[in-house]
Write a protein that binds this ligand. Structure first.
Ligand code: MN
Length: 286
């Protein structure tokens, strides 16, 4: 199933080009349940929600193109991200002077965190800060954790997954720490929805493409990940307990490039879905 959040914090299931409203069903499942201290309440109870939803075709629906898509996970306890996890991306970055010192590779650097407040859905857009600096897109396969996970092995890692999405790890280039440069508001786009893991035969074989104003930037497949999905989950769970709704940005493939206000980013992925993300200049709220 394809679970989304949309408009004014509604829950939906996407089928074809329609989003069916399951908000009342989710609220009924969650009613009376203790709010988890960490993690997303809906994804914590995803199995129960799925059973309660059943056949969505009779539920009220809207064209998916007409709704404002939000991040499918509402309340992750953390946004985990993988640096330099495709050899071809490591190679393209090693040619750039402003990324010195050279990458230690993912085995040397491990993972990093993006601020939760950076998270948005595709319908909210990316709001660029530091217009004088290089701001770039990194389109990445995203893992959504479904169960509490600590010190899990690679063999059992996929048992802890709820589903998969696409994600934009938006980045200000520079010499500062990754977590600083990649945590501006709206620099963590998650969407267009979460596809439950039963629909993805092998997360380490998902093809995806990314375009800016129609120009192809990424043409990638997660089979080229250096740390594959199982390894990412296992390694992350050695350092932190993973909670339902937590996410892992699996890393940028080659083809990262600049974006500026006015650009339209489009992502294509047959296994997950397509998404469109508009780029604006950041404006301080009045
Ligand atoms: Mn990245």
């Amino acid at each position: 199933m394809r679970f989304c959040r949309y408009d004014d914090d509604r829950y939906g299931v996407v089928q074809g080009d329609k989003v069916h409203d399951i908000t009342a069903i989710v609220e009924k499942v969650l009613a009376g349940k203790k709010d988890p201290r960490w993690g997303d309440p809906m994804i914590t109870h995803l199995d129960e929600v799925r059973k309660a939803v059943g056949d969505v075709s009779a539920l009220p629906s809207k064209p998916v193109a007409s709704v404002k898509l939000l991040s499918p996970t509402a309340r992750p306890s953390k946004l985990i991200a993988a640096p330099t996890n495709y050899h071809a991306h490591v190679a393209e970055m090693s040619e750039r002077k402003h990324e010195r010192p050279a990458s230690k590779g993912i085995a040397g650097s491990g993972l990093f965190l993006k601020a939760n407040s950076a998270m948005v859905g595709p319908g909210e857009g990316v709001h660029i800060r530091f217009l004088d600096k290089l701001n770039e897109h990194e389109l990445e396969l995203l893992i959504v954790i479904g169960k509490v996970a600590s010190e899990v092995s690679e063999d059992e890692a996929l048992d802890y997954v709820a589903g998969y999405s696409l994600s934009l790890d938006m980045t200000v280039r520079g010499g500062e720490e990754r977590s600083y440069r990649k945590s501006c508001d709206s620099y963590a786009v998650i969407g267009p929805w979460m596809v439950t893991k039963d629909e993805i035969a092998d997360p380490n074989n998902v093809a995806f493409k990314h375009y800016v104003n129609g120009e192809l930037r990424h043409d990638a497949n997660s089979k080229d990940l250096i740390w594959n999905c199982q390894k990412l989950i296992s390694e992350a769970s050695k350092f932190y307990t993973l909670y339902p709704g937590d996410v892992i940005f699996t890393g940028a493939p080659a083809g990262v490039g600049p974006v500026k206000p006015g650009d339209v980013q489009t992502s294509e992925c047959a296994a997950i879905g397509n998404m469109e993300v508009k780029v604006y200049a950041y404006k301080k709220p009045a």
